[in-house]
Design a protein around this ligand. Structure first.
Ligand code: XMP
Length: 447
């Protein structure tokens, strides 16, 4: 970190340690590592706390550290303390250097956002007049500069990220862009048609729909191993995409909806190998041999900002607020291996489930909801007859970023209503269960 007079700095957690160590203080390993919720007491008024925390009051924050400051550099004073961190917040207001031991950027520090805003506006003097409209103009100009008169192709999945990226690139370079939607036969009911209708008919985006359902489903048929399924889908996707790109006579650029969290997560902090829980297939992950430069206009944005940009571009709210849908689609919701029949059953059941969620006004309260068709048959009775059909599991979770999740606590009567509709309307299902596993220890998808 560089500390120069005139440049305001806010050190957070290890940033505080670095600041104190470099400016003449002292930092030592803390035998009492602190992790989790803690309470700080405001010792002095300070610009960081203006309008949020008054002197003498206590506030919840989130701590996570294994070292601690034991002596302050010259010029600093303590402005907040906690039982485990006597230097919980420190300031050298003359030089505009501030540091906090806790994490203001996480939701468990309820006023953290306001503290960061105080630093940005009151200390650093930024106006805070950044708007999505300005971002859009800047992004369009940047894409034009990068692409020039080159050709861009973009894999469109119908998800928010790839759609917003494609819209922005289209605004910048018009028909120099061609979008490719690979229908792998693993989408939800009517999904491919809806995406085509919206982007081709409504927004005039040059879009090629490739019907590759037979190729995907016949290759996957009968394969029960989740990792092999995921890898097969990834491989086929690349094959189809390359074939289509070749038909177009190649392209100079590949448009992708890479977000800022993807950029951060691709950096390993420990430097060590991480365990593969699932091989993620994202439509953007194409091999180097395609030899194209990337156009990634969303690289600096978080998901909520991409949604705001989508609104700015005029995408309808119903599209922007859609639940995430995984690249491998319904294949990873068919444990035991996909067949055409199973996919057809799952598609119908899933459509009814989502329809009921919308009717009950619950869609926006849920991060993601879907059905899973289990490779288990059970005995039932319908009318006068015995049935021997599959079990369907329903899943719904709340989450902030998909990294952790809680199961959604439906009313039992809602679940009963959904189960009755599915069993009555979908041939092939005679029992419905609800998944009450959080993440961790479960994952959101079953495979
Ligand atoms: P898991 O199952 O790992 O899922 O808890 C976390 C979130 O990621 C989505 N997901 C995927 N998205 N390609 C994607 O684009 C994938 O291969 C993939 N696998 C899981 C999942 O739906 C959830 O939102």
């Amino acid at each position: 970190m560089v500390f120069e007079a005139g440049i305001p700095v806010l050190g957070i957690c290890y940033g505080e340690h670095t600041m104190c160590a470099q400016l003449g203080g002292n930092v030592e390993p803390d035998p009492h590592r602190e992790f989790g919720r803690a309470f700080i007491e405001i010792a002095e008024d300070c610009k960081l706390f203006e309008g949020i925390w008054a002197k003498g009051t206590r506030h919840q924050v989130w701590m996570s550290h294994g070292d601690r400051v034991t002596a302050l550099p010259p010029g600093f004073r303590v402005v907040a303390t906690s039982p485990g961190a006597p230097f919980a917040a420190v300031a050298d207001e003359k030089r505009r250097f501030y540091a906090v031991q806790f994490h203001p950027e996480v939701v468990h520090t309820p006023d953290g956002g306001k503290l960061l805003a105080n630093f940005v506006k009151k200390v650093a003097g930024c106006a805070g007049d950044w708007t999505m409209a300005a971002y859009r103009d800047e992004a369009v100009a940047t894409i034009r500069r990068q692409v020039g008169s080159g050709k861009v192709i973009c894999a469109l999945s119908g998800g928010v990220d790839s759609s917003v990226a494609a819209m922005l690139i289209h605004e910048a370079v018009g028909d120099q862009l061609t979008c490719i939607l690979v229908d792998h036969g693993l989408m939800r009911k009517n999904e491919a048609a809806q995406v085509v209708e919206m982007f081709r008919e409504h927004y005039n985006l040059p879009l090629i729909l490739v019907d590759a359902a037979d190729r995907f489903v016949s290759t996957l048929e009968g394969e029960p191993d989740p990792e092999i399924k995921r890898k097969t889908i990834g491989r086929l996707f690349i094959e189809v995409f390359e074939e289509e790109a070749r038909k177009l006579g190649g392209a100079d650029f590949l448009g992708q909806g890479t977000l800022y969290p993807d950029v951060i997560e691709s950096v390993s902090f420990s430097g060590g190998p991480s365990v593969t829980i699932k091989s993620h297939h994202n439509v953007g992950g194409l091999p180097d041999r395609m030899n194209m430069q990337l156009v990634e206009p969303l690289r600096e944005l978080f998901k909520d900002e991409v949604r705001a940009l989508g609104r700015e571009l005029g995408l309808p709210e119903s599209f922007i607020g859609r639940h995430p849908f995984p690249g491998p689609g319904l294949a990873i919701r068919c444990p035991g291996g996909v067949t055409r029949e199973k996919l057809a059953i799952l598609r119908e059941a899933d459509a009814i489930y989502l329809d009921e969620i919308r009717n009950a006004g619950l869609y926006d309260a849920i991060w993601q909801a879907f059905a899973v068709l289990l490779p288990v048959q059970t005995v039932g009775v319908m009318g006068d007859g015995r049935t021997y059909e599959n079990v369907l599991a329903l899943r719904a979770v709340t989450s902030i970023d998909g990294m952790t999740a809680d199961f959604y606590p439906y009313d039992m009567s809602f679940l009963g209503k959904v189960a009755t509709r599915i069993i009555n309307e979908v041939k092939g299902v005679n029992r419905v269960v609800y998944d009450v596993t959080s993440k961790p220890p479960g994952t959101i998808e079953w495979e």
